[in-house]
Design a protein around this ligand. Structure first.
Ligand code: PLP
Length: 237
């Protein structure tokens, strides 16, 4: 099979579904950024995705992020792509991330926010971040409980070298109704925190391969797509 052909055709299908979902909720598809989650593929697949039109790539582990970025140096066409960090980050790994990504989606503790801020201050830069919220209340998922997000957002927003852009969340798998509740809950929490802090908090990072249409209907601005972008065996429903 021709992988480049697959990835371009799949992208067209995904864009069609994003446009349909946006239209159903009176939004513009332009409001939705597609982040291609490249954690399970190599640099060849990333280059194929870039050729198909993806401009944002996301990794969930800092060492793998750096490996991919180093490999990308051999591909001139990858020099202008954006990289995001979407996975749980330990404070001792912030040096691998700060300065190397456009957005950290997965700020899940005050301690991590402070470590990112300290590193950014040392480099003299500002790091755009999202607060990850455990919106479905699942034990296994990381992120702030909504109550903790309300309590700590002032401190995180006050860190001088972070720029808090919005919230990130994950829905329970295999349950479309629960996913919709999680995404609408994330949006409502964002609206509340935005009112309370006066910050726009415009970015909502939610929606993955199995539930991105629902997420777009509920206001997502960044969908994080792994299998549906890269895996020919993935069955896009
Ligand atoms: C792997 C991953 C994704 C992509 O998941 P798919 O179901 O393959 O689309 C999105 N977000 C995070 C945080 C991930 O780790």
């Amino acid at each position: 099979m021709d992988y480049r052909k697959f990835i371009a055709e799949r992208r067209a299908e995904i864009l069609g579904r994003v446009a349909d979902a946006a239209a159903r909720s009176g939004r513009s598809a332009d409001e939705v950024t597609l982040a291609a989650v490249s954690k399970t593929v190599g640099i060849e697949e990333v280059a194929a995705a870039c050729a198909a039109g993806y401009a944002v790539f996301a990794e969930n582990r800092p060492q793998e992020l750096r490996r991919k970025q180093e490999a990308a140096a051999a591909y001139p066409e990858l020099s202008s792509v954006r990289w995001d960090m979407i996975g749980h980050l330990q404070t001792n790994k912030v040096n691998l991330v700060v300065g190397n990504v456009a957005l950290v989606h997965s700020v899940d503790s005050l301690h991590l926010a402070e470590a990112l801020d300290a590193r950014a201050a040392r480099l003299g830069i500002t790091v755009p971040v999202l607060m990850e919220v455990n919106i479905a209340g699942e034990e296994s998922k990381s992120g702030f409980d909504p109550a903790d997000a309300r309590e700590l957002i002032g401190q995180i927003a006050g860190l001088g070298n972070l720029s808090l852009e919005g919230l990130m969340g994950m829905a329970p798998a295999h349950d479309p109704d629960a996913a919709r509740r999680a995404f609408s809950g994330l949006r409502e929490l964002r609206d509340e925190l935005s009112r309370d802090t006066g910050l726009p908090l415009g970015e909502l990072s939610c929606g993955m391969s199995d539930d991105f249409s629902i997420a777009v209907e509920e206001g997502s601005t960044i969908i994080r797509l792994g299998r549906t972008v890269f895996d020919p065996a993935y069955d896009l429903q």
